[in-house]
Design a protein around this ligand. Structure first.
Ligand SMILES: [Zn+2]
Length: 309
Protein backbone atom coordinates (compact mmCIF):
# COMPACT_ATOMS: atom_id res chain seq x y z
CA UNK A 1 0.00 0.00 0.00
CA UNK A 2 2.83 2.34 1.02
CA UNK A 3 4.64 1.63 -2.24
CA UNK A 4 1.46 2.15 -4.22
CA UNK A 5 1.02 5.61 -2.62
CA UNK A 6 4.63 6.54 -3.37
CA UNK A 7 4.11 5.27 -6.90
CA UNK A 8 0.99 7.42 -7.32
CA UNK A 9 2.88 10.45 -5.98
CA UNK A 10 5.72 9.89 -8.45
CA UNK A 11 3.23 9.58 -11.30
CA UNK A 12 1.47 12.77 -10.15
CA UNK A 13 4.80 14.64 -9.87
CA UNK A 14 5.80 13.56 -13.38
CA UNK A 15 2.41 14.61 -14.70
CA UNK A 16 2.66 18.07 -13.09
CA UNK A 17 6.24 18.45 -14.31
CA UNK A 18 5.20 17.58 -17.86
CA UNK A 19 2.42 20.21 -17.71
CA UNK A 20 4.97 22.76 -16.46
CA UNK A 21 7.38 21.81 -19.27
CA UNK A 22 4.63 22.15 -21.88
CA UNK A 23 3.68 25.56 -20.50
CA UNK A 24 7.30 26.73 -20.52
CA UNK A 25 7.64 25.51 -24.12
CA UNK A 26 4.51 27.43 -25.08
CA UNK A 27 5.70 30.57 -23.29
CA UNK A 28 9.02 30.33 -25.12
CA UNK A 29 7.24 29.99 -28.42
CA UNK A 30 5.09 33.04 -27.72
CA UNK A 31 8.13 35.03 -26.60
CA UNK A 32 10.09 33.83 -29.63
CA UNK A 33 7.25 34.81 -31.94
CA UNK A 34 7.13 38.30 -30.43
CA UNK A 35 10.88 38.57 -30.82
CA UNK A 36 10.64 37.47 -34.46
CA UNK A 37 7.82 39.88 -35.21
CA UNK A 38 9.14 43.19 -33.88
CA UNK A 39 8.23 46.02 -36.29
CA UNK A 40 11.20 47.40 -38.22
CA UNK A 41 11.43 50.28 -40.68
CA UNK A 42 11.26 49.18 -44.34
CA UNK A 43 14.27 49.93 -46.55
CA UNK A 44 15.75 49.32 -49.98
CA UNK A 45 18.15 46.34 -49.98
CA UNK A 46 19.55 46.56 -53.51
CA UNK A 47 18.26 47.48 -56.98
CA UNK A 48 14.48 47.11 -57.05
CA UNK A 49 14.34 44.88 -53.95
CA UNK A 50 12.99 46.23 -50.65
CA UNK A 51 12.68 44.85 -47.14
CA UNK A 52 9.09 45.05 -45.82
CA UNK A 53 9.16 42.30 -43.16
CA UNK A 54 9.59 42.21 -39.38
CA UNK A 55 12.71 41.85 -37.20
CA UNK A 56 13.22 38.18 -38.11
CA UNK A 57 10.29 36.81 -40.15
CA UNK A 58 11.04 38.34 -43.51
CA UNK A 59 9.03 39.78 -46.37
CA UNK A 60 10.41 41.32 -49.56
CA UNK A 61 8.92 43.66 -52.13
CA UNK A 62 10.23 43.61 -55.69
CA UNK A 63 9.22 46.78 -57.49
CA UNK A 64 8.68 46.78 -61.26
CA UNK A 65 7.06 49.22 -63.73
CA UNK A 66 4.19 46.71 -64.16
CA UNK A 67 3.49 46.34 -60.43
CA UNK A 68 5.08 44.70 -57.44
CA UNK A 69 5.85 41.21 -56.19
CA UNK A 70 5.80 40.36 -52.48
CA UNK A 71 7.60 37.27 -51.16
CA UNK A 72 6.27 35.87 -47.83
CA UNK A 73 3.68 37.07 -45.36
CA UNK A 74 5.33 36.40 -41.98
CA UNK A 75 3.11 35.26 -39.11
CA UNK A 76 -0.54 36.32 -39.13
CA UNK A 77 0.33 39.43 -37.07
CA UNK A 78 3.04 40.47 -39.56
CA UNK A 79 0.55 41.22 -42.36
CA UNK A 80 -0.51 44.68 -41.07
CA UNK A 81 3.17 45.56 -40.60
CA UNK A 82 3.96 44.51 -44.17
CA UNK A 83 1.02 46.57 -45.46
CA UNK A 84 2.16 49.61 -43.48
CA UNK A 85 5.77 49.11 -44.65
CA UNK A 86 4.68 49.00 -48.30
CA UNK A 87 2.84 52.30 -47.85
CA UNK A 88 5.73 53.88 -45.93
CA UNK A 89 7.99 53.19 -48.92
CA UNK A 90 5.51 55.05 -51.12
CA UNK A 91 4.15 51.95 -52.87
CA UNK A 92 0.49 50.98 -53.12
CA UNK A 93 -1.08 47.74 -51.93
CA UNK A 94 -3.15 47.73 -55.13
CA UNK A 95 0.08 47.57 -57.13
CA UNK A 96 1.09 44.25 -55.57
CA UNK A 97 0.23 41.86 -58.41
CA UNK A 98 1.97 38.66 -57.33
CA UNK A 99 2.45 37.00 -53.95
CA UNK A 100 5.10 34.31 -53.44
CA UNK A 101 5.92 32.01 -50.54
CA UNK A 102 9.12 30.40 -49.30
CA UNK A 103 7.28 27.56 -47.55
CA UNK A 104 3.95 26.61 -46.03
CA UNK A 105 4.74 27.19 -42.35
CA UNK A 106 2.81 29.56 -40.06
CA UNK A 107 5.76 31.98 -39.78
CA UNK A 108 6.03 32.62 -43.55
CA UNK A 109 2.52 31.88 -44.82
CA UNK A 110 0.59 33.33 -41.85
CA UNK A 111 0.00 36.73 -43.42
CA UNK A 112 -0.60 35.60 -47.01
CA UNK A 113 -4.43 35.34 -46.80
CA UNK A 114 -4.67 38.93 -45.51
CA UNK A 115 -2.16 40.25 -48.08
CA UNK A 116 -4.00 38.48 -50.88
CA UNK A 117 -7.28 40.00 -49.77
CA UNK A 118 -5.99 43.53 -49.26
CA UNK A 119 -3.95 43.68 -52.49
CA UNK A 120 -5.95 41.45 -54.83
CA UNK A 121 -2.66 39.86 -55.92
CA UNK A 122 -2.48 36.32 -57.24
CA UNK A 123 -0.57 33.77 -55.21
CA UNK A 124 2.02 31.66 -57.00
CA UNK A 125 3.39 28.67 -55.05
CA UNK A 126 5.19 25.37 -55.46
CA UNK A 127 2.65 22.60 -55.98
CA UNK A 128 4.26 20.44 -53.29
CA UNK A 129 3.34 23.02 -50.60
CA UNK A 130 0.00 24.11 -52.08
CA UNK A 131 -2.20 21.67 -50.13
CA UNK A 132 -0.68 22.85 -46.85
CA UNK A 133 -1.50 26.46 -47.73
CA UNK A 134 -5.07 25.50 -48.65
CA UNK A 135 -5.43 23.60 -45.36
CA UNK A 136 -4.03 26.49 -43.33
CA UNK A 137 -1.33 24.19 -41.98
CA UNK A 138 -3.66 21.34 -40.90
CA UNK A 139 -2.15 17.85 -41.20
CA UNK A 140 1.44 19.09 -41.40
CA UNK A 141 3.87 16.12 -41.37
CA UNK A 142 5.51 17.50 -38.23
CA UNK A 143 3.25 20.09 -36.58
CA UNK A 144 0.10 18.01 -37.16
CA UNK A 145 -2.79 20.37 -36.40
CA UNK A 146 -0.71 22.82 -34.34
CA UNK A 147 0.78 26.08 -35.62
CA UNK A 148 -2.10 26.78 -37.97
CA UNK A 149 -2.55 29.90 -40.10
CA UNK A 150 -5.37 31.39 -42.21
CA UNK A 151 -5.92 29.13 -45.22
CA UNK A 152 -5.06 30.63 -48.60
CA UNK A 153 -5.61 29.29 -52.11
CA UNK A 154 -2.84 29.58 -54.69
CA UNK A 155 -3.81 30.91 -58.14
CA UNK A 156 -0.91 29.31 -59.98
CA UNK A 157 1.03 26.17 -59.11
CA UNK A 158 4.65 25.94 -60.12
CA UNK A 159 7.41 23.34 -60.14
CA UNK A 160 11.19 23.25 -59.90
CA UNK A 161 12.78 25.63 -62.41
CA UNK A 162 9.58 27.55 -63.22
CA UNK A 163 9.77 31.33 -63.44
CA UNK A 164 7.60 34.26 -62.42
CA UNK A 165 7.97 37.43 -64.48
CA UNK A 166 6.61 40.94 -64.04
CA UNK A 167 7.71 44.26 -65.54
CA UNK A 168 11.14 43.06 -66.66
CA UNK A 169 12.02 41.15 -63.47
CA UNK A 170 12.12 37.35 -63.50
CA UNK A 171 12.30 35.16 -60.42
CA UNK A 172 13.23 31.47 -60.69
CA UNK A 173 11.78 28.91 -58.27
CA UNK A 174 14.11 26.17 -57.05
CA UNK A 175 12.48 23.25 -55.25
CA UNK A 176 14.67 22.82 -52.16
CA UNK A 177 12.53 20.36 -50.20
CA UNK A 178 13.18 18.78 -46.83
CA UNK A 179 12.16 21.47 -44.35
CA UNK A 180 8.77 21.27 -46.12
CA UNK A 181 7.86 19.24 -49.19
CA UNK A 182 7.63 22.38 -51.34
CA UNK A 183 10.31 24.58 -49.72
CA UNK A 184 11.18 27.11 -52.43
CA UNK A 185 14.42 29.02 -52.84
CA UNK A 186 13.89 31.96 -55.18
CA UNK A 187 16.62 33.57 -57.27
CA UNK A 188 16.70 36.73 -59.39
CA UNK A 189 19.07 39.33 -60.76
CA UNK A 190 18.99 42.93 -59.56
CA UNK A 191 20.83 45.88 -61.05
CA UNK A 192 22.62 48.44 -58.94
CA UNK A 193 24.85 51.22 -60.35
CA UNK A 194 25.10 49.48 -63.71
CA UNK A 195 26.10 46.12 -62.23
CA UNK A 196 24.05 42.92 -62.06
CA UNK A 197 23.87 40.96 -58.82
CA UNK A 198 22.55 37.44 -58.21
CA UNK A 199 20.09 37.35 -55.34
CA UNK A 200 19.19 34.19 -53.42
CA UNK A 201 16.11 34.10 -51.20
CA UNK A 202 17.01 31.00 -49.19
CA UNK A 203 14.04 28.88 -48.04
CA UNK A 204 15.24 26.90 -45.01
CA UNK A 205 17.70 24.08 -44.38
CA UNK A 206 16.69 23.66 -40.74
CA UNK A 207 16.05 20.13 -39.51
CA UNK A 208 13.48 20.80 -36.81
CA UNK A 209 14.03 19.05 -33.49
CA UNK A 210 11.97 15.88 -33.93
CA UNK A 211 12.16 15.50 -37.72
CA UNK A 212 12.76 11.81 -38.46
CA UNK A 213 15.28 11.57 -41.31
CA UNK A 214 15.97 7.84 -40.88
CA UNK A 215 13.01 5.61 -40.09
CA UNK A 216 13.35 3.22 -37.14
CA UNK A 217 10.80 0.98 -35.42
CA UNK A 218 7.95 3.10 -34.11
CA UNK A 219 9.37 6.22 -35.80
CA UNK A 220 8.50 6.44 -39.48
CA UNK A 221 10.35 9.09 -41.52
CA UNK A 222 8.73 12.54 -41.20
CA UNK A 223 7.78 11.95 -44.81
CA UNK A 224 9.07 9.32 -47.24
CA UNK A 225 12.27 10.55 -48.90
CA UNK A 226 12.90 13.50 -46.56
CA UNK A 227 16.64 12.78 -46.14
CA UNK A 228 17.14 12.44 -49.92
CA UNK A 229 15.26 15.72 -50.40
CA UNK A 230 17.63 17.55 -48.02
CA UNK A 231 20.63 16.03 -49.81
CA UNK A 232 19.32 17.16 -53.18
CA UNK A 233 18.58 20.64 -51.78
CA UNK A 234 22.15 21.03 -50.53
CA UNK A 235 23.41 20.15 -54.01
CA UNK A 236 21.16 22.89 -55.43
CA UNK A 237 22.13 25.49 -52.81
CA UNK A 238 25.83 24.82 -53.41
CA UNK A 239 25.33 25.20 -57.16
CA UNK A 240 23.63 28.61 -56.96
CA UNK A 241 25.63 31.68 -57.75
CA UNK A 242 24.91 34.12 -54.91
CA UNK A 243 26.02 37.71 -54.48
CA UNK A 244 23.20 38.91 -52.24
CA UNK A 245 22.20 36.47 -49.52
CA UNK A 246 18.60 36.81 -48.27
CA UNK A 247 16.20 34.29 -46.73
CA UNK A 248 13.05 33.39 -44.85
CA UNK A 249 14.49 34.30 -41.43
CA UNK A 250 16.70 37.31 -40.79
CA UNK A 251 18.93 35.19 -38.55
CA UNK A 252 19.96 33.09 -41.61
CA UNK A 253 21.86 36.02 -43.12
CA UNK A 254 22.43 38.48 -40.22
CA UNK A 255 19.67 40.86 -41.31
CA UNK A 256 19.90 43.12 -38.25
CA UNK A 257 23.69 43.55 -38.41
CA UNK A 258 23.67 44.13 -42.17
CA UNK A 259 20.82 46.64 -41.93
CA UNK A 260 22.67 48.55 -39.19
CA UNK A 261 25.78 48.66 -41.36
CA UNK A 262 23.75 49.84 -44.37
CA UNK A 263 22.05 52.53 -42.26
CA UNK A 264 25.41 53.70 -40.94
CA UNK A 265 26.61 54.30 -44.50
CA UNK A 266 28.76 51.23 -45.14
CA UNK A 267 30.96 51.80 -48.22
CA UNK A 268 30.00 48.49 -49.78
CA UNK A 269 26.42 47.21 -49.56
CA UNK A 270 26.63 44.71 -46.64
CA UNK A 271 23.95 42.51 -48.22
CA UNK A 272 26.46 41.64 -50.96
CA UNK A 273 27.90 38.65 -49.14
CA UNK A 274 28.81 35.67 -51.34
CA UNK A 275 31.22 34.29 -48.72
CA UNK A 276 28.51 34.55 -46.04
CA UNK A 277 26.17 32.51 -48.24
CA UNK A 278 28.71 29.76 -48.91
CA UNK A 279 29.66 29.59 -45.23
CA UNK A 280 26.01 29.39 -44.17
CA UNK A 281 25.22 26.56 -46.62
CA UNK A 282 28.37 24.66 -45.54
CA UNK A 283 27.44 25.00 -41.86
CA UNK A 284 23.84 23.87 -42.43
CA UNK A 285 25.04 20.92 -44.49
CA UNK A 286 27.44 19.91 -41.70
CA UNK A 287 24.58 20.19 -39.17
CA UNK A 288 22.37 18.07 -41.41
CA UNK A 289 25.04 15.39 -41.92
CA UNK A 290 25.66 15.18 -38.17
CA UNK A 291 21.95 14.73 -37.47
CA UNK A 292 21.66 12.17 -40.29
CA UNK A 293 24.55 10.13 -38.84
CA UNK A 294 23.03 10.32 -35.34
CA UNK A 295 19.72 9.02 -36.65
CA UNK A 296 21.42 6.29 -38.73
CA UNK A 297 23.11 5.08 -35.52
CA UNK A 298 19.77 5.13 -33.69
CA UNK A 299 18.17 3.09 -36.47
CA UNK A 300 21.09 0.61 -36.59
CA UNK A 301 20.94 0.05 -32.82
CA UNK A 302 17.15 -0.23 -32.86
CA UNK A 303 17.51 -3.07 -35.41
CA UNK A 304 19.75 -4.97 -33.00
CA UNK A 305 17.28 -4.74 -30.10
CA UNK A 306 15.15 -7.89 -30.11
CA UNK A 307 11.44 -7.09 -30.35
CA UNK A 308 9.57 -7.34 -27.04
CA UNK A 309 6.92 -10.04 -26.96
ZN1 LIG B 1 9.67 26.67 -41.49
Amino acid sequence: MKYLRIGIRIVMACFLLSIAAAEIAQAQTKEQLEEWNQPVAPFRIIGNVYYVGASDVTSYLIHTPAGDIVLDGGVVQTAPQIEANIKTLGFKLDDVKILLNSHAHFDHAGGLAELKKSSGASLVTMEADAKQLERGGHGDFFFGDADLFPAVTPNRLIHDGDTVSLGGTTLTAHLTAGHTRGCTTWTMTAEEAGKDYNLVFFCSASVLDGYVLVARPGHPASYPGIAEDYEKSFRIWKSLSCDVFLGAHGQFFDLTEKYEALKNGAQKNPFIDPAGYQAYVAQKEADFQKELERQKDLAANADKTPPKN
